[in-house]
Ligand binder design. Structure first.
Ligand code: SAM
Length: 291
């Protein structure tokens, strides 16, 4: 168990997680600027990128790189400084660190060492996209980037198909069309929205059905950054499908499944198959021995 009182002893060091704008620089908060100014060091995904942001706001704080490839090696160094009473801020290129960006590992490691972790609220593309989509926001599921390979993408979408929650995906402009197609293939046509270039001059929401958006995507050049927001599914469909997971199997395969995977005797496996299929045991027995 770990109980943190974030502001009871200001002399203690802390890890500050600081969101940065996803396009419009005015979206930085006063508090984020104060923290970035007073931090002993800023750990940044891309120091050149963050330097531009700091220059814009006249913040001279030193930067150190903290990205996908060095995050584990950097951790000890940063956490030791926090243990010595320093305030370290972590930022990513845009939006909230740790959300499809580096940050999670250092938060986890700091908590393990019982160091304070203070998260500032701020810009995040998924939440802006969700709220602007007009799709239900009371229950949502943030996925982030789907796998690139078609087979893996389809498998992940299949897994999400029955969720009632609105689904949120990040996607690169190069893969938007393929991903919309995969969504159509697995989910059929649902209400869906694309949130493009949020907070920037060319911000755009494209709201409609999957079929309509695919036509739109064929007719337009895919540029900029996108969030895909998809209406949730119907849980009852999924549970009916899950309940009949054996539908594509022959009776023999179904019985063998219980024997091989659940290690049932053939007698018990036949009994279970009869229950699953709601047919007499004798029919299963005959089919199993004849097939
Ligand atoms: N940490 C960020 C956040 O809190 O939103 C997300 C970083 S992730 C590496 C980048 C992805 O976020 C982009 O590929 C895109 O899907 C989405 N994204 C970031 N900025 C966006 C914007 N201004 N408009 C739409 N989507 C954006």
């Amino acid at each position: 168990m770990n109980v943190q009182k974030s502001f009871d002893d200001e002399t203690q060091g802390a890890l500050y997680v600081v969101p940065t704008p996803i396009g419009n620089l005015e979206d930085i908060t006063y508090r984020a600027l104060n923290i970035l100014r007073s931090a002993n060091l800023i750990a940044a995904e891309d120091t050149r990128n963050t330097r531009k942001l700091l220059n814009h706001f006249d913040i001279p704080t030193s930067l150190i790189s903290y990205h996908e490839h060095n995050k584990l090696a950097r951790e000890d160094q940063l956490l030791e400084r926090i243990e010595n009473g320093e305030l370290i801020a972590v930022v990513s290129d845009a939006g909230m660190p740790a959300i499809s960006d580096p940050g999670f590992e250092i938060v986890q490691a700091a908590i393990e060492r019982e160091l304070k972790v203070v998260v500032l609220p701020g810009a995040n593309a998924a939440l802006c996209g969700l709220v602007g989509s007009g799709l239900p926001a009371e229950e949502f599921y943030f996925y982030g980037f789907l796998p690139r390979k078609k087979k893996d993408k389809t498998a992940e979408l299949d897994r999400l198909k029955g969720l009632r929650a609105t689904l949120l995906f990040y996607e690169s402009p190069y893969r938007i069309k393929d991903t919309l197609k995969a969504i159509q293939d697995v989910f059929g046509s649902r209400r869906i929205a694309l949130a493009r270039e949020l907070t920037k001059r060319f911000e755009e929401f494209i709201r409609g059905t999957t079929d309509e958006l695919l036509i739109w995507a064929e007719a337009n050049e895919m540029r900029g950054e996108f969030v895909i927001i998809v209406e949730g599914g119907d849980e009852s469909e999924q549970s009916a499908e899950d309940a009949e997971w054996w539908r594509e199997m022959t009776i023999m395969e179904h019985v063998d499944y219980y024997i091989e995977l659940d290690k049932l005797s053939s007698k018990d496996a036949i009994k279970q198959v009869a229950v699953d299929r709601n047919v007499p045991k004798r029919d299963v027995y005959q089919a199993y021995h004849i097939e």
